[in-house]
Design a protein. Structure first.
Ligand code: SF4
Length: 354
């Protein structure tokens, strides 16, 4: 069922000839390779959510990326291959889903590729998808680590009640950002870039990810970050510690200084690889995550932020909960300990084995 009688205008970005290099649909999402649609179910974030990317590949070179884009290609940006006619495909799929009574509650845009990369083709496709979602009456949750481009901002402002922007930031230390996210804008710039969104009434959340022991999870680091977050006017933060996938282990191994690599190797070394709805991964020791999250939640509370631990990444820790977006955007407060059975361990893989 379409939500509006009038089509959303795409005048902000001209999408005319931007898809001519690509033929046919791409297997965009890795969460469910058996599905060929552009909209894919997302595990762990509420049943009615679907996810999508406008491109295969990401031109950013974050070494912590869990999107499977780094690994052997560490340091080499992947030229994004943009989905052809992404907006039209989203429209068709939303109509088909509505036809069988399964219209999604929201679309998560930016699962393994950033929708705000400064690439005209990516931005044109992002605008097409946003317009299609707005026309279909389905809200969009946008996950990014980039500045929100002016052209897209104009479109977002036309439907502020149908958008939620989630900005990923590690912390305020530029030195850490240079190692982990060398091609992205500095953290403070990303935070300040949220102001125009909030001024337009668009809800935003800062996602502090990945938290890494002794890199950005000390009390001083967290206080500095949360003060900056509160200062720009953001009210909500969600937290997620670093998790390893086999690809992330490779890119960290290649991109980190030796001392730092050895420290992480020691921390992850005794933990098993686990199968989860998000794929094979390894978490930091539970005690360390529990203590770190408690420290972070307390620190966030002190400056008046609503904070939560992402239950998709850490289903087993104190305070973990499904994000507020999946709960209807209710205010987020740290929840009581929720005990979830541990995911079955699979075979033990070498930590940073290349
Ligand atoms: S911007 Fe996001 S998708 Fe792109 S490399 Fe960084 S973490 Fe991965």
């Amino acid at each position: 069922m379409r939500g509006g009688s009038k089509k959303t205008s795409l005048t902000h970005v001209q999408a005319s000839d931007t898809f001519s290099l690509v033929n046919g649909a791409l297997p965009l999402l890795r969460t469910d390779p058996s599905r060929h649609g552009i909209l894919q179910p997302i595990s762990g974030c509420g049943e009615a959510q679907v996810g999508m990317d406008v491109a295969e590949g990401c031109a950013a070179t974050c070494i912590h990326c869990t999107g499977g884009l780094a690994g052997d290609k560490y340091g080499q940006p992947t030229a994004p291959v943009v989905e052809r006619e992404a907006g039209a495909k989203v429209s068709r799929e939303l109509e088909a889903l509505a036809g069988v009574g399964r219209r999604p509650a929201r679309i998560r845009l930016g699962v393994v590729s950033d929708p705000f990369l400064p690439d005209p083709k990516v931005l044109a496709a992002t605008c097409e998808v946003l317009a299609a979602a707005f026309d279909g009456g389905v809200p969009v949750e946008i996950h990014t680590r980039s500045m929100v481009p002016e052209a897209v901002l104009g479109l977002l402002k036309t439907h502020p009640h149908m958008v939620h922007v989630v900005m990923g930031v590690m912390g305020m230390r530029d030195s850490a950002a240079r190692v982990y996210e060398p091609s992205l804008p500095p953290p403070l710039g990303r935070l300040k870039g949220l102001r125009p969104l909030m001024a337009a009434g668009i809800p935003v959340t800062v996602r502090v990810e990945p938290l890494i022991p002794l890199v950005n999870d000390t009390e001083a680091d967290l206080e500095e970050l949360f003060s900056a977050v509160a200062k720009v006017g953001v009210k909500r933060v969600e937290l997620a510690y670093l998790q390893l996938t086999p690809d992330t282990a490779k890119s960290l191994s290649r991109g980190l200084p030796r001392m730092h690599r050895e420290m992480l190797k020691g921390l992850f070394g005794q933990e098993p690889w686990r199968e989860s709805p998000q794929g094979t991964r390894k978490l930091l020791p539970r005690m360390l995550r529990d203590a770190g999250y408690e420290r972070a939640l307390e620190s966030a509370r002190r400056v008046g932020l609503y904070a939560s631990v992402c239950a998709t990444v850490d289903p087993d820790v104190k305070g973990a909960r499904v994000c507020h977006r999946a709960l209807g955007d209710a205010p987020v407060v740290p929840a009581a300990r929720k005990s979830t059975p541990p995911v079955a361990a699979t075979q033990q893989l070498g930590l940073f084995k290349g």
